[in-house]
Design a protein around this ligand. Structure first.
Ligand code: NDP
Ligand code: 8X3
Length: 253
């Protein structure tokens, strides 16, 4: 079997970590990235147990020079990346837009939009020159319509949709594929990060509903990557069964 390589941003937690596990179990050698190098090292140990080769690259996707240096440091035998999963991202705060925190806005825009673009700019040219590759961007139901307090986060995920659509058009002459996955409520560290470590508030987000897990999203990412070469899964909206939209959730009392 041909060697397959996936690069996943934000593999230290949640959806990215689940994708790393799924792709490693599915026969991919795995490049795992994120800011917390110690978590990447423990994930490496687990992934190697599935028989995967693992390359750990700790860096911040917001730091364009660090992204460039990390990509340039990839050894020759790892450079033919088949799948790039642009997953690193976060929400910060749930305040009304007119009361939003400037630092929170910067962090979301710099990570979810500019970080994703940094990765795309440095990895996709190799895919184009090999005429082979797949970019899976983690968007969100939040990008389909704003919800109360979602304002800037929702805007970043709307941007991920437009950036995915634009890239899909630009790579259409090649065999490169682009997928935008749009999850709804997934129980990860997402809400702890959004609420700046307020775990009690984070837990309430998932009360009264069985939320999705990172594994559920990893399954869809793996399915998209495994589709026949002529099939491009362009966009998928994945909701928990009792979630109707970004702002409608039925909760058992
Ligand atoms: P987690 O908080 O569990 O994971 C987020 C990951 O992103 C971590 O691995 C973190 O790694 C990484 N990350 C954050 N900032 C940076 C940065 N500047 N540079 C590099 N890596 C970074 O949340 P999720 O798994 O839920 O989130 C993953 C993606 O899924 C995000 O894009 C999110 O918007 C999206 N999403 C989440 C949903 C949910 O309900 N959970 C629903 C829809 C979309 P580290 O801290 O080590 O850098
Ligand atoms: C994460 C899902 O609905 O909390 O993008 O914004 S939501």
């Amino acid at each position: 079997m041909d060697r397959k390589i996936v690069l996943i941003t934000g593999a230290t937690s949640g959806i990215g970590e689940a994708c790393a596990r799924k792709f490693a179990q599915g026969g991919y050698d795995t490049i795992i990235t994120g800011r917390r190098g110690e978590l990447l090292e423990s994930l490496r140990t687990e992934l190697e147990q599935y028989g995967a080769k693992v390359l750990v690259l700790p860096y911040d996707v917001r730091d364009r020079e660090a992204v460039k240096a990390a990509v340039e440091s990839i050894p020759q035998e790892w450079q033919d990346i088949d799948v790039l999963i642009n997953n690193a991202g976060l929400a910060r705060g749930l305040e009304p837009e007119y009361e939003g925190d400037f630092d929170d806005w910067d962090q979301m825009i710099d990570t979810n939009i500019k970080g994703l673009l940094n990765m795309t700019r440095y990895i996709v040219p190799g895919m184009i020159s090999r005429n082979h590759g797949h970019i899976i961007n983690i968007g969100s139901v939040a990008g389909d319509a704003a919800y109360a307090g979602g304002n800037v986060y929702c805007a970043t995920k709307a941007a991920v949709k437009t950036i995915s659509d634009g890239l899909r058009i630009d790579v259409a002459p090649s065999a490169v594929r682009v997928t935008n996955l749009k999850p709804g409520l997934v129980e990860t560290n997402f809400s702890n990060v959004r609420f700046h470590g307020d775990d009690a508030r984070a837990d309430k987000v998932y009360q009264g509903i069985k939320p999705l897990t990172g594994d559920d999203i990893a399954d869809v990412a793996f399915y998209a990557a495994s589709a026949p070469a002529h099939v491009q899964i362009a966009e998928v909206l994945i909701l928990a069964t009792h979630q109707g939209s970004g702002s409608v959730v039925y909760r058992e009392q």
